[in-house]
Design a protein around this ligand. Structure first.
Ligand code: PLP
Length: 466
């Protein structure tokens, strides 16, 4: 017998009540019940559950590796309920209520960023949302290049290739932020139409200085796209550094922005969002579909989106989550982000006091931290990161690895030969502390990391290096 699970019981009961309420709206129709699941389906579900054991425990605070966590229970329940109708937010024919909820949910996101007006919609992912942003950039400036930092999400290069737009990579400084001298040099030597400012790089959570990029914009005239897929929600946090705060405060002057509710917005995949500050860019989306738009003269989300079918359930889940946890400074949702940042800073401090590790020049900007085991060569440090990563897993501590330039660490902390090779990469240990519970678990995480590190270093030198 399985253990009783009061949370699951409550979840299923509340979902059942809401589902019954939804179903009651259609009881005037002649009955047409959905097929029952039956024994065969139960056996298959059981097999699927068994197979899903082959996952790391993303839901648990000891999972502190990649940007992964389950959706909030209200998002899960709202999604499941809406999925029984399976509305399609492409057009009002396919989902009137869920389209209205999408407009409201996207409005709440735009308000959070301080945008008085916008054109925007949900997408299947941050990648697709960035594709739309750069597609509009290309429509406005068909021959001019896209520029993004060497720490920007790798998909920007690829998206530029798909769109046939030239791409220019801008060097980052030693804290992972776009280097503005390098940007200005590129603006003088290339025809750059759009600069992508990353607010929260995926690897280390660095925040490009959007406020100062805007100053360069006055001189060089380019579009600015803010890729805040990971970090966007941190605009609500009150414990950011002054530099990061200044960048987030500049968001109202960006031309477009991407944020991923399926990262920090407590949503199931796929839920990204694209916002344009000037609603007039909607003209680029104009198309004639012979079958979609017959029943309403109102704006359809499909008329302002590159994707066609999209899950209405995503919009319902996001809308419901926002109602429970509104985007207000100091509110429960915002405090969750602040807790993650505090957890990352606390663990960073613990590791900085540990002579076995090297810590980067900058403490965490958001809730992502990284560090590297000390060794005589970069190759040895990299091998030890991998070994500690493996050893930590054996202790049920789930970290991540990231390959980063050695120049992200203070040059004086490396052995003599390394500063001159600062652009070479080193494999680092990395942790995304994106659950509020990480604040109370960071000491336990440090304990398990300590044990894993001790086990690795107990192996005679050289044995664990390639
Ligand atoms: C995650 C991420 C993306 C890609 O978003 P997906 O939702 O994974 O497609 C783009 N940019 C940044 C900064 C990201 O963190």
């Amino acid at each position: 017998m399985t253990q009783p699970d009061p949370q699951l019981d409550e979840f299923l009961q509340r979902l059942g009540e809401a589902q019954a309420k939804l179903d009651a709206g259609f009881t005037h129709l002649p009955p047409s019940p959905a097929p029952a699941l039956g024994e065969d389906a139960a056996a298959i579900l059981s097999e699927a559950a068994e197979r899903l054991h082959d996952n790391d425990p993303y839901f648990h605070p000891l999972y502190a590796g990649q940007m992964l966590k389950p959706p909030h229970p209200i998002a899960r329940a709202a999604y499941a309920m809406a999925m029984s109708i399976n509305p399609n937010n492409h057009a009002l024919d396919g989902g009137r209520a869920s389209s209205a909820m999408e407009f409201e949910a996207v409005d709440a996101l735009a308000k959070m960023f301080g945008w008085p007006q916008h054109l925007g919609h949900l997408t299947s992912s941050g990648t697709f949302a960035n594709l739309e942003a750069l597609w509009v950039a290309g429509q406005l400036h068909p021959t001019r290049a896209i520029a993004a930092s060497d720490q920007a999400h790798y998909t920007h290069t690829r998206i530029s290739g798909v769109l046939g737009l030239p791409f220019v990579a801008i060097r980052t400084d030693n804290t992972g932020r776009m280097d503005l001298d390098a940007l200005e040099h590129a603006l003088k030597t290339h025809d750059i139409g759009t600069v992508v400012a990353t607010l929260g790089t995926t690897a280390v959570g660095a925040v490009d200085p959007l406020d100062r990029i805007l100053t360069l914009q006055q001189k060089y005239h380019f579009r600015i796209h803010a890729d805040a897929a990971y970090g966007g929600y941190f605009t609500l946090a009150r414990n950011l550094s002054p530099e990061a705060r200044a960048a987030f405060n500049a968001i109202p002057r960006a031309d477009s922005l991407v944020v991923d509710p399926h990262k920090h917005g407590l949503q199931p995949y796929g839920c990204g969002c694209i916002l344009f500050r000037n609603p007039a860019v909607g003209r680029f989306y104009k198309h004639d579909s012979p079958f979609t738009y017959f029943t309403s003269k109102e704006l359809h989300l499909g008329q302002i989106s590159l994707e066609c079918s999209r899950a209405g359930a995503s919009a319902v889940a996001l809308w419901a989550t926002q109602r429970l946890l509104p985007y207000t400074e100091g509110g429960e949702f915002a405090r969750g982000l602040e807790a993650g940042r505090e957890a990352a800073l606390a663990l960073h401090r613990t590791l900085a006091a540990d002579p076995r590790f090297l810590l980067p020049i900058a403490p965490p900007t958001l809730d992502i931290l990284f560090w590297v085991p000390r060794a005589n060569t970069l190759a040895e440090s990299s091998a030890r990161s991998q070994a500690i990563f493996d050893e930590a897993r054996r202790r049920d501590l789930y970290l991540a690895l990231a390959t980063l330039p050695a120049r992200f660490f203070p040059p004086e902390t490396w052995p003599h030969d390394i500063p001159s090779r600062a652009d070479e990469a080193v494999t680092c240990l990395r942790s995304v502390m994106m659950k509020p519970e990480h604040l109370t678990w960071q000491q336990e995480i440090a304990r398990r990391l300590d044990a894993a590190t001790a086990a690795v270093l107990a192996i005679p030198f050289g044995v664990n290096t390639p």
